[in-house]
Design a protein around this ligand. Structure first.
Ligand SMILES: *Cc1c(COP(=O)(O)O)cnc(C)c1O
Length: 465
């Protein structure tokens, strides 16, 4: 426990927090009644709270701490950078060594068609940049009517007003009257949730869902459509892994139609799916790629947009100044953290580790959980996993949504078994750090099973099963 940053009692921190700290994506009245968990230190894949409890972090923070906690190389790189140059802007004909070096290092690992990166501070900002840049691109090609973005229901692209509009989260749209005009959404390739009840095979279903893009382009008029944006694997929506038929069909449509393809790599990027980019895993060629979470492994806030030569060319030639940027675009400390994190990924061959060691082991362990009476399906891809909780294993019947079974499982997991997993409705999801040992991964699966057993006991006791 870090005595410097943890000098008061848990109750003190909770009281200060409840009085003054408004949390993201939280029901504040409910949260303040319960009190926040106060996480004060971490090492490797282990979190510690102010009461000394330890947890396996099955979510890498919020999908970001890919190289694990306590990496002195990153801490040192950031400290060194702050001493040399804590801040300078990258606006007025200026750069600095960290921004130039990080941009080059990123271009070296980017897909071949991507040679440039625009720096932002988050995934949400990255998608605002995507929105502006894609529209400017079509203006430069003399096609200013191409303005509409097509996204997907239950897709997540961030929480600014533009990113919320691009995404397809109904609850978010319901608040504040979004999406803005200029956004359309097609259905998601969620076979277990939406295709299986209709009796479709995953491959049939994937193709049908992809074809909705073609129909939507026709409906809106190709001359009005700017781009299609999608996560290679939906993260916040519940680790929804598309059937293998899905992405090739999307790529075919994007090849045949004149629209930009944007893969939101904020979660899938930097090795999460077992190759550097989700687009690589699924064999697609995007025109723009927003990135963020794994970019610095969470050691500094940062995001960015990879820009393909196809988009960069006309914009550089015709647009003149692109009137867009953030004060902290290319912040020196964030670039230093990103560079150090990237070096760790490369030197420790962590992307290969995900592909060759962690992904196969997680696939096996998660498949092993599928025999549990409460589990309708498990699925994994790379180092991402999901567990579908159901009332009836045979029919796939769900629990009453008001019961909050996913939330119960999450609370049991963290409160009783020291494992942080996240619940999306009744889907339990995991996205652990790439430095997790095989023993720790086995331990994580054992804790997940113990959680499921406890949940079954609790539901039986309450007469819900
Ligand atoms: C988290 C996320 C974002 C938003 O990133 P922030 O840094 O929270 O703004 C965008 N896209 C995807 C796919 C994400 O998972």
């Amino acid at each position: 426990m870090n005595q410097q940053t943890n000098i008061r009692s848990t109750a003190d921190y909770q009281a200060m927090d409840a009085a003054h700290h408004w949390h993201p994506f939280s029901d504040m009245a409910d949260l303040n009644r319960k009190g926040s968990r106060v996480i004060s230190s971490a090492q490797g894949v282990w979190l510690t709270d102010t009461d000394g409890n330890r947890f396996i972090d099955g979510m890498s923070g919020l999908w970001c701490v890919n190289v694990g906690y306590g990496r002195e190389e990153i801490v040192e790189a950031v400290a060194r950078q702050l001493r040399d140059l804590p801040y300078y802007n990258t606006f007025f004909q200026c750069t600095h060594p960290a921004a130039a070096e990080f941009a080059e290092a990123l271009a070296n690992v980017a897909p071949p068609q991507m040679n440039r990166v625009f720096f932002t501070n988050s995934g949400s900002e990255s998608n605002d940049t995507v929105f502006r840049l894609a529209r400017v691109y079509w203006d430069c090609l003399g096609k200013p009517s191409k303005k509409i973005f097509i996204g997907r229901k239950n897709g997540y692209h961030g929480s600014t007003a533009t990113a919320t509009s691009m995404g397809g989260m109904a609850a978010m749209h319901g608040q504040s009257g979004l999406p803005f005009n200029g956004f359309a959404h097609i259905d998601q390739p969620y076979w277990y949730g939406e295709g299986r009840p209709e009796g479709l095979s995953p491959e049939e279903f994937g193709k049908l869902r992809a074809k909705q893009l073609e129909a939507k382009i026709d409906e809106l008029g190709e001359e009005n459509v700017c781009a299609f944006i999608a996560e290679p694997i939906q993260g916040a929506g519940g680790v929804i892994i598309p059937p293998e038929s899905y992405w090739p069909e999307i790529q075919r449509i994007c090849n045949e139609r004149e629209i930009l393809l944007i893969t939101d790599e904020v979660i899938c990027g930097f090795g999460r799916t077992g190759s550097w980019w989700g687009a690589e895993t699924y064999g697609v060629t995007p025109d723009l790629m927003p990135i963020a979470k794994g970019m610095t492994s969470g050691y500094q806030p940062m995001g960015g947009v990879f820009i393909s030569d196809k988009v960069a060319g006309p914009v550089m030639e015709k647009a003149g100044e692109f009137y867009h940027g953030y004060t902290y675009s290319g912040h020196p400390a964030a670039c230093a953290a990103g560079l150090a994190s990237l070096r760790i990924l490369q030197e420790e061959k962590l992307v290969e580790r995900v592909r060759d060691v962690l992904a196969p082991r997680m696939a096996k362990l998660w498949a092993g959980l599928a025999d549990h009476p409460l589990v309708g399906e498990t699925r994994t891809r790379g180092f991402l996993g999901a567990i579908e909780l159901v009332k009836n294993k045979e029919t796939g019947e769900r629990f009453d949504g008001d019961l909050g079974v996913g939330g119960m499982a999450r609370d049991l997991s963290v409160g009783k078994h020291g494992l942080v997993m996240r619940a999306v409705g009744d889907t339990m999801i995991a996205s652990p750090p790439y430095v997790m040992t095989e023993e720790e991964l086995d331990e994580m699966a054992a804790r997940a099973r113990a959680t499921l057993d406890d949940l079954a006991d609790k539901l039986t006791r309450e007469g819900r099963l």
